[in-house]
Design a protein around this ligand. Sequence first.
Ligand code: 13P
Length: 246
Amino acid sequence: MQTKKVIVGNWKMYKTIGESVAFVEKLLPIANRSTSQVMLAVPFTALERTATAARGSQLLIGAQNMHDAPEGAFTGEISAKMIVDAGGRFVLLGHSERRALFHESDDFINRKVKSALAAGLRPILCVGESLQEHESGRSQAVVEAQLKGSLAGISADQLHQLMVAYEPVWAIGTGKTATPAIAQAMHHQIRQQVGSIKILYGGSVKPENVKELLEQQDIDGVLVGGASLSLDSFVKIVDYRANCKT
Ligand code: 13P
């Protein structure tokens, strides 16, 4: 039996509520008949409406970030409980754009992982090295340290409720995908650290390269940015091996 692959779209700061709901309505039948688990990380503003549209279907809607505190005086922030309340089922944590542009540390991300789990929200923990770290041969050490810091104090049981996404920063939005061999080597290393949980690859995933990536032994799914914004290319990714039950 083949294990279920996981295909996650990350819309980043794109799409209005209307655009999001229209997209989800068209994606639903495809997600429902797919043998893969399809998920969409939407902007906060579109969370409730898209989650309502997807209710009872195979498509899971989630958020792209959260604060670690359950509530409090944190102007502009959103808690895990609020995401659950809006119908979100998962949350991306520690995305490289959050780490780089908003200075998120492993420590902060670790607290978010714990808060998400406590609220019943499934974290997708993102890790990945920068171009400079990659070129200086530090990729393995960087990713190992990010995992260690972000997962500090997480029990084996809790670990099974989350997924890890390896997204080399030099491959995000650049059109430069890591070769399947490079990605597989890093996923193999991550596997030694986290065991049998789902490990996704992200960074310029497109309809043309998704199949080869998903054929690698330790690549259990993909986290897709740019190519998840158009229904046509996202559906091609979901249907990467014409993997429909019907
Ligand atoms: P791209 O697919 O646009 O490279 O983005 C990847 C990403 O950051 C997904 O979280």
